[in-house]
Design a protein around this ligand. Structure first.
Ligand code: SF4
Ligand code: SF4
Length: 112
């Protein structure tokens, strides 16, 4: 199996995660992540955005909580893909983390 996300994982764009699937917060992805990223917190933020909340407000809330808990950030992801492989719900977690990491890289170091 490739070290990157497996090819059979559906994309965030092609599956109705936000209406059909729920994260039971099993923490398997968190326990497996060598970078210590709070992946379910990203999913919860994304769910709020998909439910119609304003993206900027949700992301500011999320960032505030991450800083409060001194959490590692998506930009620390090493792209090993273990989170996606361990998720029983088959969320494309690497894709999600990657998207947030790219946004973080674009908005600068002050968000670290
Ligand atoms: S791909 Fe990134 S977020 Fe997923 S387990 Fe690896 S380091 Fe953690
Ligand atoms: S492994 Fe999947 S279902 Fe479990 S907490 Fe992580 S995202 Fe949610």
């Amino acid at each position: 199996m490739s070290l990157s996300e497996t090819a059979d994982r559906p994309s965030l764009q092609t599956r109705h995660f936000w209406t059909d699937m729920v994260c039971p917060d099993c923490q398997r992805c968190v326990r497996a992540c060598p970078a210590g990223i709070d992946i379910p917190a990203l999913l919860k933020a994304e769910e709020r955005i998909q439910a119609g909340e304003e993206e900027e407000i949700v992301k500011q809330d999320w960032l505030h909580r991450q800083k409060e808990h001194h959490a590692r950030m998506p930009i620390d992801c090493i792209e090993c893909g273990i989170c996606s492989r361990r998720c029983p719900q088959e969320f494309p977690l690497l894709e999600l983390v990657r998207r947030y990491a790219m946004q973080q890289a674009c908005t600068g170091a002050e968000e670290r």
